[in-house]
Design a protein around this ligand. Structure first.
Ligand SMILES: Cc1cc2nc3c(=O)[nH]c(=O)nc-3n(C[C@H](O)[C@H](O)[C@H](O)COP(=O)(O)O)c2cc1C
Length: 196
């Protein structure tokens, strides 16, 4: 048990051209804010250069990118490349990390993106937190949009966003899955800090 005055800091860094990853990032942030005394920073990848101090001070970083052409988006990759100076100094070593992505297809190579994010975290010496959910129950028509982890991911949170239109929100189950990931990371931070 941590002393009640202990605070934790979590930053969610995301890129989103059409708003779907943004909605997931907000859900991750809601989950991360659930444990008391957690401070959550929602940071657009394009603006990360203005927030290096926040990222360096955070206990955990949660990365979110849409799946574009089977890979992280160029906007997120730009952030990854700009973090190279911090990699040199291993400033994020031993921080917790996790990730999420969304794409238009049920599959669409989302796993490739989560693998990229996990590899990126590993290059920084971070400790990757998995989603920690068994696959949601499949319904016969595959339209189980309310179910947690309906896409059966393990490495991080996945969502299917029907098209590029920002008005179309990812299904509730996918948003809930993202929220679950944020809460899990915050709980893990508490667990790690209580052992320090
Ligand atoms: C350039 C581009 C490439 C895309 N590549 C894929 C892809 O490889 N697989 C897929 O399922 N969807 C793909 N999509 C669809 C997006 O992943 C989907 O619309 C996602 O919700 C966009 O996220 P955003 O709203 O945060 O930008 C692509 C969309 C764009 C614009």
């Amino acid at each position: 048990m941590l002393p009640s005055f202990t605070t934790i800091s979590i930053a969610v860094v995301y890129h989103s051209a059409f708003g779907h990853t943004k909605k997931l990032a907000e859900a991750v942030a809601r989950g991360a804010a659930q444990p008391v005394n957690s401070h959550v920073h929602l940071i657009r990848a394009e603006e990360a250069s203005e927030h290096w101090d926040t990222l360096n001070a955070a206990d955990a970083l949660i990365f979110g990118s849409p799946t574009y052409m089977g890979a992280v988006s160029a906007g997120f990759k730009d952030f990854m490349d700009k973090s190279g100076n911090l990699w040199l100094k291993q400033r994020w070593r031993d921080k917790l990390a996790a990730g999420f992505t969304t794409s238009g297809s049920y599959n669409g190579d989302k796993l490739a993106v989560l693998q990229q994010l996990a590899g990126f975290a590993a290059q920084h010496g971070m400790i990757w937190i998995s989603l920690g959910l068994k696959p949601g129950d499949a319904e016969e028509d595959g339209a189980n949009t309310h179910v947690l982890n309906r896409l059966g991911s393990y490495l991080g949170a996945m969502a299917r966003s029907v098209n590029d239109s920002p008005e179309v929100t990812p299904p509730q189950g996918d948003l809930d899955t993202a929220e679950f990931l944020g809460k899990r990371v915050a709980e893990m931070v508490y667990r790690f800090k209580s052992k320090e």
